[in-house]
Design a protein around this ligand. Structure first.
Ligand code: G3I
Length: 377
């Protein structure tokens, strides 16, 4: 028997219905997923993106072709982080070669770029710790934000200005917070806005999806910080909700009405929302691939249905489009290694860049979503 992509999709879809997880309506459009996620998103005005490394863009043509087919936006996975752009401290210029090449490959293939990330907790240059002092920390941050935003002005439509600034009910004590205080967030946004007034500026963070105490506390903290930023007139335009979903928690602790309300509260502040780093951690799911894919597809379905019902959600970025290119399956990610030794299946496409239930569920959710509200920028 010849197994075509379509018959594979039909087979997996039938398994999903049999398991009673995905309703029959979710199967209306598996062809759209096979065709292109970016097309499935067009009707409602959303974009679909993925992070991408220069190495995979250059060395894995089949993967790059899948990115071009399904995505309208790319995000440099690591090439635009502080350590990558600033191998040497100023007055040495920033080093844009890898990022520039990556953006160019995207531009040549009709893809726009989001920038990730200016001020974060990780990915510092090697020289940082021996150079930084309480006195020069603000200057180092300003040098970096201004030069990076200026270097990519007009090529990056949206920047993650501050990444992962919160913990529990307060601020994450990163090297910026410890030396500058919470005002580092306001300053970073103001500097980015001065360097590129047309760019969408984003606060990006994780861990908001569930009704666990952990997640609810983080939701409240995020909303409190956002309200403060908006009240002070800080030029913030959007929130990036990373969407690293743990599959078991998605089954037990994801309450659609609660999450809908959370998204609405962000939208009511006048901010746009980006699902900025979507994937599903299947570490607790069974080994059987078909069973696992049904459960993973169900996570994508239930999460994205809620997200795309909110007009403020203007795009979704997968943190690696195919399973073999996901950071979760990288060699140094011990924490995400499955006990049965099989690779995780976190992404929208499988390890051969082919659609699976996750992408079918995403395509249907994209097609059925409510249209994106008029963009401020
Ligand atoms: O570049 C070095 C290379 O020289 C060295 O040989 C190799 C050995 O392990 O490491 C390479 O650096 C790695 C880097 O990715 C580039 O490949 C780091 O070890 C590795 O820790 C780093 O991981 C990245 C991680 O952020 C930390 O910056 C992941 O690829 C990237 O997917 C991940 O992305 C983050 C987002 O930025 C923020 N939100 C969470 C998300 C997932 O952790």
């Amino acid at each position: 028997m010849t197994v075509t992509r379509r018959s594979l999709l039909r087979g997996t879809a039938a398994a999903a219905v049999g398991a009673g997880v995905l309703g029959p309506k979710a199967l209306l459009s598996p062809a759209a997923a096979a065709e292109s996620l970016r097309l499935a998103a067009e009707g409602t005005g959303r974009y679909v993106g993925t992070c991408l490394t220069l190495t995979s863009a250059l060395s894995d043509p089949a993967y790059f072709a899948a990115v071009v087919k399904h995505c309208s936006v790319i995000v440099a996975e690591n090439e635009m982080k502080y350590g990558a752009l600033r191998p040497l401290p100023a007055p040495a210029p920033i080093s844009t070669t890898a990022a520039d090449l990556l953006l160019t490959l995207g531009e040549l293939n009709g893809m726009r770029a989001r920038g990730h990330t200016l001020v974060s907790n990780t990915a510092f240059p090697q020289w940082f710790n021996s150079v930084v002092t309480p006195e020069n920390c603000g200057r180092l941050m300003a040098e970096h934000v201004t030069s990076a935003v200026t270097a990519f002005r007009g090529r990056v439509f949206s920047w993650d200005v501050v990444n992962e600034p919160i913990t529990g009910d307060g601020y994450y004590e990163n090297p910026w917070f410890n030396r500058i205080g919470p005002g580092y967030i306001d300053t970073a946004f103001r500097l980015a806005h001065e360097a590129d007034p047309a760019c969408q500026l984003v606060l990006n963070d994780y861990g908001f999806e569930f009704t666990s105490a952990f997640s609810l506390t983080r939701q409240a903290t995020l909303l409190r910080i956002l309200r403060g930023l908006v009240e002070r007139g800080v030029p913030i335009h959007a929130v990036g909700l990373q969407g690293h979903l743990e599959a078991q928690a998605m089954r037990e602790e994801f309450v659609p009405a609660q999450h809908r309300d959370f998204l609405r509260q962000i939208a009511d502040l006048g901010l746009a929302i980006i699902i900025s780093e979507l994937d599903v951690d299947d570490i607790k799911l069974p080994t059987d691939q078909r069973q696992r894919d049904v459960l993973i597809g169900d996570c994508y379905k239930r999460y994205l249905e809620v997200c795309f019902d909110e007009p403020a959600v203007e795009g979704v970025v997968s943190w690696g489009l195919s399973d073999h290119r996901s950071w979760i399956n990288a060699g140094d990610r011990e924490k995400y290694r499955r006990a049965d030794g099989t690779p995780q299946r976190p992404a929208l496409l499988d390890g051969a860049n082919q659609p699976k239930l996750a992408s079918a569920a995403a395509a249907v959710a994209l097609e059925r979503g409510r249209p994106v509200r008029a963009r401020v920028r």
